[in-house]
Design a protein. Structure first.
Length: 165
């Protein structure tokens, strides 16, 4: 059965002109882009979206980053969309996603060739910079996906994006 997840190309992804390449990877990986919209988040909407991180030390910096420019928001559809998209984007820390040299990979990882290959191919390896500027977002569960999709998209027959963010 088809599943939905929310993907965001963050401000560094748009500034860096990575959107077309990322979308190509999305389509090549057999996701359907069911909805998409470009949004400039304000502080309040970014803080609401990331409410679960409000007590973290990096929260203010995260809000500053996510409001620094427009973001491209997409609803992705396929079987197992939530887990498959998380796998495709790679680890939160883009520097970790870029580890492709076996000499630099910790022992327990170097045993696992598949993990190294998949890190090398991840979207964050391709266009992310670090732990914060990691280029893309993916919902971490079905429950988060539904909340996050509802946050950005009004569920109407016309499928129009909510314009007030
Ligand atoms: P994401 O997992 O999409 O959503 C939460 C975001 O917070 C995460 O991507 C990063 O952009 C950012 N983030 C997570 N952990 C840290 C951290 N330790 N320091 C700075 N930013 C972080």
């Amino acid at each position: 059965e088809k599943e939905r997840t929310l993907a965001i190309i963050k401000p560094d992804g748009l500034f860096g002109n990575h959107s077309d390449r990322i979308k190509q990877v999305i389509l090549d990986s057999h996701f359907n882009i069911a909805k998409e919209t470009v949004v400039q988040l304000d502080e309040e909407s970014a803080a609401t979206f990331y409410a679960e991180h409000s007590s973290k030390s990096f929260f203010a910096s995260l809000i500053n980053y996510m409001t620094s420019g427009p973001v491209l928001v997409m609803v992705l559809e396929k079987e197992n969309a939530v887990a498959d998209w998380r796998h495709l984007i790679g680890p939160t820390d883009a520097r970790e996603a870029k580890i492709t040299d076996p000499q630099r990979v910790p022992d327990q990882l170097s045993q696992n060739h598949l993990l190294i290959v998949s890190s090398a191919l991840s979207i964050r390896a391709m266009c992310g910079l670090d732990l914060q500027k990691n280029c893309v977002h993916g919902s971490d569960s079905n429950k988060s996906a539904e909340r996050e999709i509802a946050f950005f998209f009004k569920e109407t027959s016309s499928d129009e994006a909510v314009a007030n963010h």
